[in-house]
Design a protein around this ligand. Structure first.
Ligand SMILES: *Cc1c(COP(=O)(O)O)cnc(C)c1O
Length: 522
């Protein structure tokens, strides 16, 4: 239904309609239809002269109907996109407790550094003599990553965590093929609690995925791994700290068992924020690990910027690192595009050029401004903040693995909601009404109705106190039978409950004009 301004009526959409407004807007919360719905088809935002008479040379393929682009003036266009951007929730609008995602503040200093023309205006095909500073920065970032992890080499180019996983697993595959075991070693062990990208990565390059079942205590046990080891096993993909927010106490023994069986240890490093400056994956026996610069090293993500997932490699895998990589040569820094000595056996390349320059700058800026003591402190604060939330909620919410200390994120299950008629999803929707982005829900799968909360070190004590108080209020409401507050939520968001299953199964990706607009276009 369209109202007088041609905007869809907000009835049933924007929150409770106790005081309906003419426009459908609620003060600063503005309804924003699609560009096609607000645009006019009889006008355009730019003045272009009528073309002079010409003979088309498209062999009859020229367009016969109006192109159908919506016409809007520059300020109208501007408002459309700014309003859309205001419907977004970001780390700059509020606490973003999305477990396993490390939604931390990206300091504006990092942005300033990334905008320096020497970094932001370089072209990947420029002669290397003109980009020595940029190459030096890449070299320095790589040195920091290798030092923080105690590994041998780094491949900077992967453009996401999952892309980094692919890179690390391709290095493992190349190493196994070089040993002549390419045909026989084709199994990758993946614990049940792993991120979905782990088994997907292994399967994508032809490995057979074998799960390691979850245990009651949330840890991976060395005997469960040993039971599955054999001459067919190429690698294990383990996350540490794991996705239950727990440090794997048997990680060193698992690494030894893996190596004794002739396999490699891939560590999913997306949770590195919990241990930077405290523990080095190389010391734990890791052979390959991706590092999400867009998580641990604060570069923007979640719609705010491209990802960057460098991979660090142990001595055993270093020769297989992909090109290009930066090296100090006789005439300064070089970007090596081709292996030059027999010790280098790159498996290929991951990207057309060298990766996400802007993210390298932000990440190094983060590292240099923190210093080694600051990075260690950040990890400690991240862990402290997660435990502060655990302590503030453990009397009301249920902890699947007992009330033991967690790392940088705390995992609750839905046992505390038993007999309330409220589900994990309902709690998440009620959090939206309270102005919070929900925590990670229903992941990891090993826990029923999982709620995974990661506050990061960015949050102050008062911000955590308000978050805890909000969740306590919600918990009391659920336990006291105020089911409606949950099952109807969100009441105050521009959109209410969506049919998510239908949206996923039957996505409508093409806009079809409603008939009145179609008439106007003719
Ligand atoms: C975020 C994450 C990934 C994937 O990283 P992307 O950059 O989203 O591809 C993999 N594993 C874990 C545990 C993660 O949290």
């Amino acid at each position: 239904m369209l109202n007088r301004q041609g905007r869809p009526s907000s009835a049933g959409e924007a929150g409770t309609n106790a005081h309906p407004t003419f426009t459908g807007n609620k003060a600063l919360a503005q309804i924003e239809p699609l560009l096609f719905e607000i645009g006019r088809y009889d006008t355009t935002g730019v003045d272009i002269d009528e073309p002079e008479a010409f003979t088309p040379r498209l062999g009859g393929l020229e367009r016969k109907e109006a192109i159908g682009l919506p016409g809007l003036s520059e300020p109208e266009t501007m408002r459309h996109y700014v309003r859309l951007s205001q419907m977004n929730y970001g780390i700059d609008t509020g606490l973003f407790p999305l477990g396993s995602c490390t939604m931390k503040h990206n300091a504006r200093l990092n942005e300033r550094m990334a905008r320096l023309p020497g970094f932001s205006d370089v072209h990947p095909l420029q002669p290397v003599s003109t980009v020595q500073g940029a190459l030096e920065l890449m070299n320095e970032l790589g040195r920091y990553l290798v030092t923080l992890t105690n590994m041998t080499a780094v491949a900077l180019s992967p453009k996401a965590g999952a892309h980094g996983e692919l890179c690390g697993m391709m290095a493992i595959k190349a190493a196994i093929e070089a040993r002549g075991e390419g045909k026989t070693r084709n199994v990758v062990l993946v614990p049940d609690s792993a991120h979905g990208t782990n088994p997907a990565t292994a399967a994508l390059i032809g490995f057979v995925v074998k799960p390691v079942p979850a245990r009651e205590d949330g840890w991976v046990h060395v005997e469960d791994v040993k039971e599955r080891l054999g001459p067919d096993v190429a690698a294990i993909m383990l996350t540490n700290p794991n996705t239950c927010g727990l440090f794997e106490p048997q990680v060193a023994e698992i690494a030894k068992a893996i190596h004794d069986a002739g396999a490699y240890f891939y560590c999913d490093g997306a949770n590195f924020n919990a241990i930077v400056g405290k523990a080095k994956p190389g010391d734990l026996g890791v052979d390959a690990m991706h590092i999400n610069l867009h998580k641990t090293f604060s570069t923007p993500h979640g719609g705010g910027g491209p990802g960057s997932g460098p991979v660090v490699l142990s001595e055993r895998l270093a020769p297989y690192a992909p090109v290009p990589f930066v090296r100090v040569g006789t005439n300064g820094f070089e970007l090596v595009e081709q292996a030059s000595d027999a010790a280098e056996k790159p498996f290929g390349r991951m990207t057309a050029f060298h990766g996400q320059m802007g993210m390298y700058v932000r990440a190094l800026s983060y590292m240099l401004s923190h210093g080694s003591d600051g990075m260690k402190q950040a990890s400690e604060d991240a862990v402290l903040n997660a435990n502060y939330i655990r302590a503030g909620l453990s009397d009301l919410l249920s902890l699947p693995f007992g009330n033991k200390p967690c790392m940088h994120e705390v995992l609750f299950d839905d046992a505390w909601l038993k007999d309330t008629g409220v589900t994990t999803l309902d709690v998440a929707k009620a959090m939206i009404d309270e102005g919070y982005h929900p925590m990670t829900m229903y992941f990891p799968l090993v826990v029923h109705g999982a709620m995974l909360i990661e506050p990061t070190e960015s949050e102050s004590k008062s911000s955590l106190d308000l978050f805890i108080a909000t969740l306590r209020d919600l918990a009391f409401a659920a336990k006291n039978g105020d089911k409606e507050r949950f099952t109807g939520a969100p009441y105050h968001a521009p959109r209410r409950r969506l049919d998510e299953t239908r949206a996923a199964r039957n996505p409508v990706l093409k806009w079809t004009p409603p008939s009145p607009v179609a008439e106007a276009a003719e």
